[in-house]
Design a protein around this ligand. Structure first.
Ligand code: GAL
Length: 639
């Protein structure tokens, strides 16, 4: 497949007489896609039912006429001010009960029926007008669902919606009371209309109450997206995409992805390192201008899986893009350093090596006004080239030499489950237990060994293509995955299959997988300064479990408790620190014949079906097989 570059552009921000020059410069830079429209509502419908689409018609003509393919975004992330006069109660409400005000973006509540109609209405107007436009070659729904903590809203509309959702799910309040264990503190209901949202309670709300609210909130995102997709599909055959975020687990991306053709995500490596990733101060300093060496890859792999949920023939994953790629300093993280020269190229190549079809830089020209005026683009505000422009052009030239990088299937699979993320958010049991952290720790260890990883959804039914499957922290297993794991070489745990779907402790206690005779009988969480030493010299941090059963013990803690048990399917009874993850995985790779490496800190590999790519995220040169790779350098060799 031919890989392509794109850019995000806002014609409404610039005088019309520079559009043609912008378009010509994009083409000259080797860019083939341009995403527009996703925040332009106030300029398209300045007051209710008064439309001014003529400028967007001309913008699409100019861009398309220059040879660019347009990705058209629906503008629903930014309802204009008049919308509040029409629907005063459409604002999302925060957990403290305060409405989230107008004056930025994403202020709508997913549950608000009136706003949902507005979303369908404006989407229909877009789709009718541009569905057959030859220049509009892809669509984007809304923009970054969940961004700015917007999945969960504690509004009146959400309360009503949640009550109806519960009534449908449980059919009777007796069933709900029993599923939630409401007898516990006399929390029983006899009318669904009495069930409030799980905020503003005196002490912690009941965990299944939280979990069901998180499920409901995720379902609202799925429904909102599906409503737009249905409208767009009726008018076009072009692929429909959404741009997801980094480290975002508040809705089920696999379910949203099932309605879309292509998954995409917005990659801001330096911003994420500073504002949402774990890492010691030394790690964050070392990778200050490069981003975490595994964060981009993790998201490439998870969104490849989300793309596959949309139904894709490729065995190793689905269609996916990077819809927004950081080109220089961003404006929104606590600290915003500039990338090392070369990183805007490296990030693009790393995405292609993981199977991305397209990488779009965000944004074309830095805006001299409003919230993101300090956010770099490919052009400076004065239209001169910004540093990333030369790197974008270099990638375009290199792609012409190496157009085909097919996705290879990995030896190792990692199962990721959004519901488990909500379950552990509802009931962390220890301050440091978090699903993303746990999965990412396992993933990072794979990457330190130079492994390709496929991320899989929790309903996976067949693991036979993988030499090793990791399934940490899955609260409850689907029947299909339970059966697949019982046949697999796998390492599951900590916490895997220890709860039922209501977040209660099952009887018999878990895990309950055929062929693995072990039971978690007791759980401990630990403060950061405490650890559980293991007999192999490693240690558990944050979390350890006590096991009982006849499964063979593979590793013990020095106080005599089993730490890993099982035969082909194994259970890990704690949270290994990084060196311990490395020891455990290296041993499993050796056992299952998985080739692996010991990579220097910052050097990362990714194999496609034809090439091995080597990326140097370190600030110093590093050697790979005798080749010196400069900081921010990319090297590839045929396999
Ligand atoms: C993304 C968003 C863009 C822009 C960008 C800035 O989260 O989708 O609209 O705000 O961040 O980095």
């Amino acid at each position: 497949m031919k890989r392509t570059l794109g850019v995000c552009y806002y014609p409404e921000h610039w005088p019309e007489d520079i559009w043609a020059d912008d378009a010509a410069r994009m083409v000259k830079a080797g860019i083939s896609w341009v995403r527009i429209g996703e925040f332009a509502w106030s300029r398209l419908e300045p007051s209710p039912e008064v439309f001014t689409f003529d400028w967007l018609d001309r913008a699409i003509d100019v861009l398309g006429g220059a040879g660019l393919k347009v990705i058209l975004g629906t503008p629903t992330a930014t309802p204009p001010r008049w919308m509040l006069d029409k629907h005063p109660d459409m604002l999302a409400v925060d957990e403290q009960g305060n409405p989230r005000g107008f004056g930025s973006r994403r202020h709508y509540c997913f549950s608000h029926r009136g706003y949902r109609e507005e979303s369908k209405r404006i989407t229909r107007i877009f789709a009718e007008r541009y569905g057959k436009n030859p220049h509009v070659a892809a669509w984007q729904t809304d923009n970054e669902y969940a961004c700015h903590d917007t999945t969960r809203s504690y509004s009146y509309a959400a309360t009503e919606g949640f009550q109806n959702w519960l009534a449908q799910k449980y059919q009777s309040t007796d069933a709900l009371n029993s599923a939630w264990g409401n007898v516990f503190w006399s929390m029983e209901y006899d009318d669904f209309a009495d069930v409030a949202l799980p905020n503003l309670t005196v002490t912690e709300p009941n965990h299944p109450h939280l979990l069901d609210f998180y499920r409901y909130s995720s379902d609202m995102v799925v429904e909102f997206n599906r409503e737009q997709v249905d409208v767009i599909r009726a008018h076009t055959d072009a692929p429909i995409i959404h741009n997801y975020m980094g480290r975002e687990t508040s809705f089920d991306h696999f379910k949203v992805g099932a309605d879309l053709d292509i998954a995409s995500w917005d990659s801001y490596p330096i911003g994420f390192l500073s504002d949402r990733l774990d890492g010691t101060p030394d790690h964050k300093l070392r990778f200050l201008r490069q981003g975490d060496p595994d964060n981009q890859a993790f998201h490439h792999d998870i969104y490849r899986a989300v793309g596959r949920a949309g139904g894709n023939p490729s065995p190793a994953g689905g269609r996916w893009w990077v819809m927004e790629q950081q080109p220089g300093p961003v404006n929104w993280a606590p600290y915003n350093p500039a990338p090392l020269p070369g990183m805007a190229r490296l990030w693009a190549w790393e995405a292609f090596a993981h199977g991305a079809e397209t990488v779009c830089y965000f944004r074309w020209r830095q805006a001299p006004f409003a919230q993101e005026q300090m956010h770099a683009g490919l052009l400076r505000p004065d239209s001169a080239d910004a540093p990333a422009m030369a790197e974008c052009m270099q990638v375009a030239e290199e792609m012409a030499e190496l157009p085909n990088v097919g996705t290879a299937r990995a030896d190792v699979a990692l199962v990721f489950d959004y519901e488990s993320a909500w379950g552990w958010e509802a009931q962390p049991q220890g301050a440091d237990f978090n699903m993303f952290r746990l999965a990412f720790a396992a993933y990072r260890a794979c990457r330190r060994l130079g492994l390709n990883v496929d991320i899989l959804p929790p309903d996976t039914a067949d693991l036979s293509a993988y030499k090793l499957t990791l399934a940490p922290g899955l609260m409850h297993l689907s029947a299909t995955l339970r059966a697949a794991l019982s046949q697999a070489n796998a390492l599951i745990g900590p916490r895997t299959d220890t709860k039922d779907e209501n977040l209660s402790i099952p009887t018999p206690m878990g895990p309950n997988i055929a062929g693995l005779d072990t039971t978690v009988t007791l759980t401990e969480s630990l403060p950061p300064q405490a650890s559980v030493p293991l007999e192999n010299g490693g240690q558990f941090l944050h979390w350890r479990e006590h096991l009982e059963g006849d499964a063979p013990v593979q590793l013990r803690s020095t106080d005599g408790h089993p730490a890993i048990v099982g035969d082909t399917l194994r259970y890990l009874a704690g949270w290994p620190d990084d060196p311990t993850w490395d020891m455990i995985l290296r041993a499993l790779c050796d056992e299952h014949g998985i080739p692996h490496h010991t990579l220097p800190d910052g050097l990362r590999l990714r194999d496609t079906d034809t090439h091995r790519f080597v990326f140097n995220y370190a600030p110093e040169p590093l050697a790979w097989n005798g080749t010196e790779i400069a900081p921010a350098g990319v090297h590839w060799e045929p396999l």
